[in-house]
Design a protein around this ligand. Structure first.
Ligand SMILES: Cc1cc2nc3c(=O)[nH]c(=O)nc-3n(C[C@H](O)[C@H](O)[C@H](O)COP(=O)(O)OP(=O)(O)OC[C@H]3O[C@@H](n4cnc5c(N)ncnc54)[C@H](O)[C@@H]3O)c2cc1C
Length: 419
């Protein structure tokens, strides 16, 4: 399809990665973004490229959430309210929180990490993108026996997929990682991981797409996908324009519900709100860590990023909004000071929240929307959209050009929700 035009709706990490792999195939690409490039969930993530990490549907997830669902200071918070859509989604999600489904999820998603790392390396070495990429792994730090057991289970799951994750005990961690508070019991080291500035990554990818001839249409939202018989003709925008297209990729993240519903495909996506706080790395504010770490029980990532330590995490199901709840932000700094020395809020550089696209089975949704012509969807990346951005872009480009995908993604097809 060398003379075709593909419109990608959504200019987050997934949209720009799809655009890059398509322009590299010589395809004309337009990225349609209703706001600014990279201003959605991709803006303020923890910046950890964490290949091989298990998906979200851990067997103990629902139990934990139900036990503490009214407590807005826990890592996972469900705002109590009447919302039949959320109730149905939670039922589906809990049905997927079993050891068997987790193992199956690992089998499907495990190969993604092996495929995505070389793509990051290519972007740094061949495209010369500058986004603070560093291959230094990350640590998981736990303060309870249950936390250590959980981390060591993740290590086993990852090792079974060929990732060199290491189970650590208190001494191992204290010898390798300064700044720990007393009371650390153990955790893990994930040496295959990398870190970067996630917003710079999206912006560098967008510049690279432009260099290869891709274009961006900013400030207008897609309102409908137009068809003639079984062929896509284009994307209608809020300005009333029709951007002509032979194929469309929906990379609309947590906002995918409406457009996909209009296409007759109900994707079970819930916005999982996450927050960050950036603390300046200076005395009395935040220490300089030797590598990123995740505070196991609190699920807070701590990533040194330029001159700041980014504390990022929490998963809040409170609907499609950007309301910042103070207790959620406090949870980040409270947890950090419980696990790490020298955390203070004197020099706070920013606070932010963003909406992760979370599917009801914890896995991405990649593939063709049936009976709509060439409309593809690429969403549902939850906590791993940065990590899996490059490989997702490659797979979607393969689907769009009609090649056999380089990984088996049949289990990620949107039709899995249409039984
Ligand atoms: C606190 C936090 C920490 C995280 N940490 C990590 C991490 O360390 N590692 C990792 O791998 N992942 C992490 N993630 C997850 C990652 O950020 C997301 O999975 C990823 O950003 C999702 O990318 P996306 O492109 O699908 O969505 P988005 O970045 O939200 O992009 C979607 C875009 O679509 C646009 N859009 C929506 N509807 C329309 C429309 N109708 N017309 C035009 N445009 C539209 C939006 O404006 C938006 O820009 C984290 C997330 C959060 C919130």
């Amino acid at each position: 399809m060398s003379n075709s035009r593909v419109v990608i709706v959504g200019g987050g990490v997934i949209g720009v990665c799809c655009a890059y792999h398509l322009v590299k195939q010589g395809i004309e690409v337009v990225v349609l973004e209703r706001g600014e490039i990279g201003a959605g969930a991709s803006y303020g993530s923890a910046g950890v490229i964490a290949p091989g990490h298990p998906p979200m549907n851990k067997p103990d997830r629902v139990k934990q959430a139900l036990k503490r669902m009214f407590d807005s200071k826990t890592p996972l918070y469900i705002k109590p309210r009447f919302d039949p859509g959320l109730a149905l989604w939670l039922l589906r999600f809990s049905a997927n929180c079993t050891a068997g489904r987790l193992r199956e999820g690992m089998r499907i998603i495990g190969p993604f990490g092996h495929a995505t790392l070389p793509l990051f390396e290519t972007l740094v070495q061949e495209e010369e993108l500058d986004f603070g990429y560093q291959r230094n792994g990350y640590y998981e730090i736990c303060r309870t026996e249950a936390g250590v057991e959980h981390a060591h289970n993740d290590v086993s799951l990852m090792r079974a997929q060929g990732y060199p994750a290491e189970a650590l005990w208190e001494n191992d961690l204290c010898n390798r990682f300064r700044s720990l508070q007393d009371g650390t019991l153990g955790g893990a080291y994930y040496p295959q991981a990398a870190m970067c500035n996630p917003h710079r990554f999206v912006m560098e990818m967008a510049s690279c797409v432009k260099r290869y001839g891709g274009t961006f249409s900013l400030g207008q939202a897609a309102t409908a996908i137009e068809n003639r018989a079984n062929d896509v003709t284009g994307v209608r925008t809020t300005a009333g324009d029709l951007i002509e297209a032979d194929a469309v990729v929906l990379a609309t993240g947590a906002y995918s519900l409406e457009l996909s519903r209009a296409l007759g495909c109900r994707l079970p996506i819930q916005p999982g709100k996450g927050y960050h706080r950036d603390l300046e790395i200076s005395e009395g504010s935040a220490p300089m860590l030797e590598a990123p770490c995740v505070l196991g029980e609190a699920s807070v990532f701590c990533t040194p990023m330029g001159g700041v330590l980014r504390l990022a995490g929490t998963m809040e199901f409170s609907g499609l909004n950007h309301t910042m709840r103070r207790p959620r932000l406090e949870q980040l700094t409270d947890s950090a000071s419980e696990y790490l020395q020298e955390i203070g809020t004197g020099q706070m550089r920013s606070e932010w929240c963003g909406l992760r696209p979370v599917s009801s089975d914890g896995l991405p949704i990649l593939g063709l929307i049936p009976a709509r012509g060439r409309v593809f969807v690429a969403t549902g990346h939850a906590m791993s959209g940065l990590t899996h951005g490059p490989v997702t872009g490659k797979l979607i480009a393969e689907l769009v050009i009609g090649a056999t995908p380089s990984l088996d993604i049949r289990a990620l097809d949107p039709t899995r929700f249409m039984v």
